[in-house]
Design a protein around this ligand. Structure first.
Ligand SMILES: Nc1ncnc2c1ncn2[C@@H]1O[C@H](COP(=O)(O)OP(=O)(O)OP(=O)(O)O)[C@@H](O)[C@H]1O
Ligand SMILES: [Mg+2]
Length: 362
């Protein structure tokens, strides 16, 4: 379906390490990557999804807009972290109008914040008979409906909206990282009927989204990420954040006497990540004993930490694959260096998923 140009949105993933911008054109011949770029942020500007330095982040966005010559001011961005709760709930079947008036009350028990402090959104996933099937439904339990609840703390939502307004942009949609990632995943795959885990490992956040047949069944965000390695390097070798980043990414030659310490830092942080992912998968296995995760798709810059993917595969006994959000986009190689895109692919997943919003649902 061709969408008029004016409906298109700029996908802006405002991460704690860098901001990523993606524009996608929808043509008769398919989706075309129109624009992609990133800009780094100083380490303290955003901490675990909350904006600490409005002005700094705002001028970074302005610079990114200028560098990439972006004209469109309508933006879709996303939030994540402990201020956002995504939960699938099963409640008694009811009419849409009744759901609207009762959702707040239903949601209260699932949300660890005061209900007055959150923005609540929901989507009906499916209506189904009680566990015993249609016939026994009356005796067993009432018919149920699955509803996806999304609750975000108002202060975080307000911060992101203010940030974009301060930057002179129009926040058209505020999404959630987990859903944007899922969107990118779906557009990159031919078949999404199975059960998969999407793992996004950024600088300060580890996001896990388990999906089945294209519907999210479990999400969790934890405070893990690549920055843990920087922190460990900074304290072990008494270096700055920037130097630690260079050492981490292999830009600085590590002296022979320090190699064992570096190895140890990598191993200990990576095993912490893998354990956290395993905990989530164990929880999933208990909650959905009949489901079987076929594959783990990893994204986020830190999924490239040497050894992580292999170790995750070994420990979970599940195949691990890197999510490439560009794979089904048409790419003009005169404009975009394929090497650069494949290097950046894991970091671009959320932003691509956001940019696809204008073309897809919602
Ligand atoms: N090639 C690489 N190998 C290992 N780590 C990398 C690589 N490239 C980037 N990183 C690390 O990935 C992290 C950035 O990833 P990403 O861009 O996904 O995070 P973010 O979205 O900005 O942060 P968050 O979502 O956690 O707030 C940084 O810690 C960075 O050091
Ligand atoms: Mg991120």
């Amino acid at each position: 379906m061709a969408v008029p140009k004016k409906n298109q949105l700029v996908g802006l993933d405002i991460g704690s390490y860098s901001i990523k911008l993606v524009e996608i054109d929808n043509s008769k011949k398919g989706m075309i990557l129109k624009n992609f770029g990133t800009i780094g942020l100083p380490h303290d500007a955003i901490v675990e999804g909350s904006i600490k330095e409005m002005e700094v982040v705002s001028s970074a966005i302005k610079n990114l807009y200028k560098n990439l010559k972006v004209k469109n001011k309508n933006v879709v961005t996303s939030i994540s972290g402990y201020s956002v709760i995504v939960k699938k709930i099963s409640i008694e079947k009811r009419k849409e109008s009744e759901l609207e008036s009762s959702i707040q009350e239903e949601a209260e028990q699932y949300i660890p914040f005061d209900i007055n402090d959150v923005n609540l959104d929901y989507e009906i996933l499916s209506e189904r008979a009680g566990e015993g099937g249609e016939e026994q439904a009356e005796e067993m339990e009432k018919d149920l409906m699955d509803v996806m609840l999304v609750a975000a703390k108002k202060d975080i939502v307000d911060d992101y909206v203010s940030l974009l307004q301060l930057t002179g942009l129009n926040p058209a949609i505020l999404d959630v990282d987990a859903f944007a990632l899922q969107n990118a995943f779906e557009s990159s795959q031919e078949d999404i009927s199975g059960c998969y885990a999407l793992v996004n490992l950024g600088a300060e956040e580890l996001g896990i989204n388990a999906i089945k047949g294209g519907v999210s069944i479990f999400t969790r965000d934890s405070s893990y990420g690549g920055y843990q390695i920087n922190e460990a390097i900074m304290s072990k070798f008494d270096v700055s954040y920037e130097d630690a980043e260079k050492m981490k990414l292999g830009g600085t030659k590590i002296e022979a006497k320090n190699r064992a310490d570096m190895e140890e830092i990598f191993t200990s942080v990576v095993s912490g990540w893998v354990n956290e992912i395993k905990r989530a998968l164990d929880f999933l296995a208990t909650t959905y004993p009949d489901e079987h995760i076929e594959k783990i798709f990893v994204s986020g810059g830190s999924c490239r930490i040497p050894g992580f993917q292999k170790y995750l595969e070994l420990e979970t006994d599940i195949a691990v694959e890197e999510l490439n959000p560009f794979v089904n986009l048409q790419i003009n190689e005169k404009v975009f260096d394929p090497k650069y895109l494949s290097y950046m692919a894991p970091q671009a997943a959320v932003a691509v998923g956001l940019a696809l919003r204008s073309i897809g649902d919602k």
